[in-house]
Design a protein around this ligand. Sequence first.
Ligand code: GTP
Ligand code: SPV
Ligand code: MN
Length: 596
Amino acid sequence: MNKVYTHNKKLKDWVLKVTRLCRPDNIVWIDGTDEQKAILETEAQVSGELIQLDQKALPGCFLHRTAIDDVARTEHLTFICTRRKSEAGPNNNWMSPKVAYNKARGIFKDSMAGRIMYVIPFSMGPVGSEFSKIGVELTDSRYVALNMLIMTRVGSAVLKELDKGKDFTKCLHSKAQLDINKRLILHFPQDNTIWSVGSGYGGNVLLGKKCLSLRIASFIARRERWLAEHMLIMGIEEPNGHIEYIAAAFPSACGKTNLAMLVPPEGLRVKGYRIWTVGDDIAWMRVDSDGALWAVNPESGFFGVAPGTNSKTNPAMVETINKGAIFTNVLLKPDNTVWWEGADGGVPSEGVDWQGNHWKPGMKDAKGNPILGAHPNSRFTVPIKNCPSASFRLDQHHGVPISAIIFGGRRAHLTPLIYEAFNWQHGVFVGATMASERTAAQVGQVGEVRRDPMAMLPFCGYNMAYYFRHWLNMGKRMPKAPKIFHVNWFRTDEHGKFLWPGFTENLRVLEWVLDRCNNKVRARETEIGYVPYSQDIDLTGLDLSKEVLDRLLEVKPKEWIEELKGIRKFFQEFKKDLPKELWEEYESLKKRIKAE
Ligand code: GTP
Ligand code: SPV
Ligand code: MN
């Protein structure tokens, strides 16, 4: 064991207790120094956890491969373990804390034998800020330790905060046997504790991310009257030099990372816009003394989707990941660089695929399906500071003031490109009824609508009926509440082709959003909210006809009759717990579209 830096008795006692349970051969405290990081990287190469990539082309970059059945978050093995089932709500898997601890203890027992246990003290949010939260992760994975060094603020400075008597989230992780039948992701919000066992995949094991910053944090945020959300945060510098910040919630793989680091299209660039990336996945937001909503990104890195990332879709990310990145489950090229489906350059003539097998383009599996070089959920971990558009306010304790909140999903039909809620309560209804269509790449019926309120369905650490109540209350606490909008980049024509070009062009829609926030533009009042007049969306430099734009902005009340049925069914799951204000909004919408 290296030097123990802490005087926090609770932490020392807990490390001892876990040591007795998991029986590691040794304990190493992660101090956040470059020297220790270099040692971990070397050891990880020796153990085979990491493959060093070409250091000229990709300095500081490594490749990691997970087990074949450990490539994504396992929602069915993820539990909220509150004392009462009703506290977890119909939106979560629930286990009683007693049963959960007992079940997991059996898997954790002796699981670290022959391994080192790393003690990782980390801060979500700038170290020392009164809005930040501290966690300590105990893990037997070097890959986890190295990723946590990118995704969070790790090291001795955090232990100093703990010495001041601050509380921390106890985060315990063991790979154990990486057995999917002995895998559990358990959250004990009432004990401020997370136990994750049997996985080595990012979202399951980087416990500062979804587990702490969303599931546990959402639970704490309700008590402390703030919001922990699955949202990107970005600043839009206007031609006059003023920066307005927005936060946007889209479900997983629906475009947060892409939007957060958008590069303005040529047609608008002449106006002098510039984007500042604050975060791509998580926003912690609170009402400040000025009555406005202020947001921080608790993370310090991106854990982004690799496939589809290229200089056309996301040029800023291409620049971000050419140093200091850990790639997971992508293809290894013969020149010791990496590739994925939809990457820049041509398809390589051969390589080693994400499963570690020799790969050539055109190879088929037993069922005749093409064998992919990279897993569709292959990802990279990289520091935000690498990003050319990284905000200069990343370490600001108060974060950034939010002018607009944007909800969005993938809907081939129904929702227009953009609409604005009538007011905060209506905006909460818009967020609560958010939905996204399943794509062919997901299990389930194609086109089937899955409700994903505020993009938080897999991440809300308590009963969502209480969560909606909390959102309604937050509006009342804010004299300067942000306006709420809903976007849909995914409306299609009769051939299934996207009507809107998306990506960089989305700035044209954000321009309208900001103009609405600043009362600079009128809008058309429809049954579902305010929609732009087509002449108010600046199409300079974009080859898109007025007819297509009109289709993108069209609201068809008839289609909403069907939608209402789905909303009703969803709301009914929450029984008497659902705030009556949401039923009021439902009834008003029903009246407006004349669905009787
Ligand atoms: P998580 O990291 O899982 O939370 O996902 P995310 O919301 O950050 O999604 P991401 O930005 O990684 O985008 C996922 C996919 O959406 C990519 O494969 C893109 O091709 C696609 N996408 C993103 N933005 C747009 C857009 O404006 N239009 C279209 N058509 N597709 C988009
Ligand atoms: C998501 O699925 O929303 C992610 C990736 O951001 S993971 O961290 O795996 O949850
Ligand atoms: Mn996400």
